[in-house]
Write a protein that binds this ligand. Sequence first.
Ligand code: NAP
Ligand code: F7E
Length: 346
Amino acid sequence: MGKKVALISGITGQDGSYLAEQLLEKGYEVHGIIRRNSSDSTGNLAILETGYHNPLKKVNLHYGDVTDSNNVDKLMRKIQPDEVYNLAAQSHVRISFDIPEYTANVDALGTLRFLESIVKNDLVKKTKFYQASTSELYGEVQEIPQTEKTPFYPRSPYAVAKMYSYWIVVNYREAYGVFACNGILFNHESFRRGLSFITKKVVNLAVKIKKGKMDKMFLGNLYSKRDWGYAPEYTEAMWEILQHDQPEDFVIATGETHTIKELVEEVFVNLGDSVRWEGEGLEEKGILNSNGQVVVEIDPHYFRPTEVNLLIGDATKAKEVLGWEAKTRFKDLVKIMVSDELKSMQ
Ligand code: NAP
Ligand code: F7E
């Protein structure tokens, strides 16, 4: 049997880059879709030898965009993948309020474009499809903790667009028999996380503050709670989901939840300091116990018109059916992220 062929949309992102590495390790021929950007977006792939730079063509990169159905269809016909991992998204929740229509085009219709191509090109028996669904679907949570059966209540244009994708995956599975699955992944983080997400932002700025390169950071809502896991473990779960003998949807989470305040505190503990809080509302401040320096202030720019206050997932099904379980918990995740950030700034 020849090599299995995988196509990853969103390969330059945090998850796409880990997944590409893991699939190469497993012996796959890996293809990825990259957008034409005026600046280089392949930093997360630096570890891999790409088709551009090396004749070994370890990863085959194709220019494309999931808003372009001709492009998606053409790539699907050319590559004839055994597995598609649809990770491409405008993935920032707050920014989705600024660009809701664009977010819907990418995060909702992008998914439809792949599924239509599978059906139209008679790839139903060949191609399995993974959709990057999200805990943001639970939004104003209807149940604690959240499972595969918890009703959705999306609270942003991002989450509403992802809700379309969730259901179109279910529909194409039931209507046409596509092996299509949703991974409902709770927040997962790493050194490769984009700088505008809270874990990476706090770790990056705290390290700069402790090195004397900055005075303070500005944050939004300190009281929301998230279930944060470690990204490479979550991309392994994506693969596991497609190896199951039937197409199903799975929650992937740690089962532990923490506030943004706890995140800030834990990051500074890992940098040999500690933070106390003074004031309320917009006047609330985080202060270093070592020297009294104000290191956190509130900027309402980072507030969302509607917030997701509490996420905590129950990944029992993934454990029982796939044997998948989160290994890295909150404290270890922060330790890893701080250590990787320090190394990168040496
Ligand atoms: P990310 O780092 O923001 O990566 C998003 C990827 O999508 C990037 O490669 C980006 O390319 C690409 N992309 C954006 N718009 C595109 C378009 N129009 N056409 C083609 N590619 C496009 O996201 P991530 O954290 O790796 O997450 C991967 C997926 O899982 C996303 O769908 C996200 O919504 C979902 N998800 C993430 C989490 C999480 O906690 N990380 C949890 C649940 C679900 P550029 O590099 O060119 O921008
Ligand atoms: O915010 C609060 C903010 O942007 C987490 C995406 O990968 O995970 C991610 O979405 C929390 C929110 O992630 C700042 O209000 C406070 O309550 O890191 P985040 P997210 O919105 O949970 C889900 C699962 C996805 O699917 C998404 O694609 O932190 N917060 N102050 C802040 N957030 C940011 N970004 N910046 C702040 O300054």
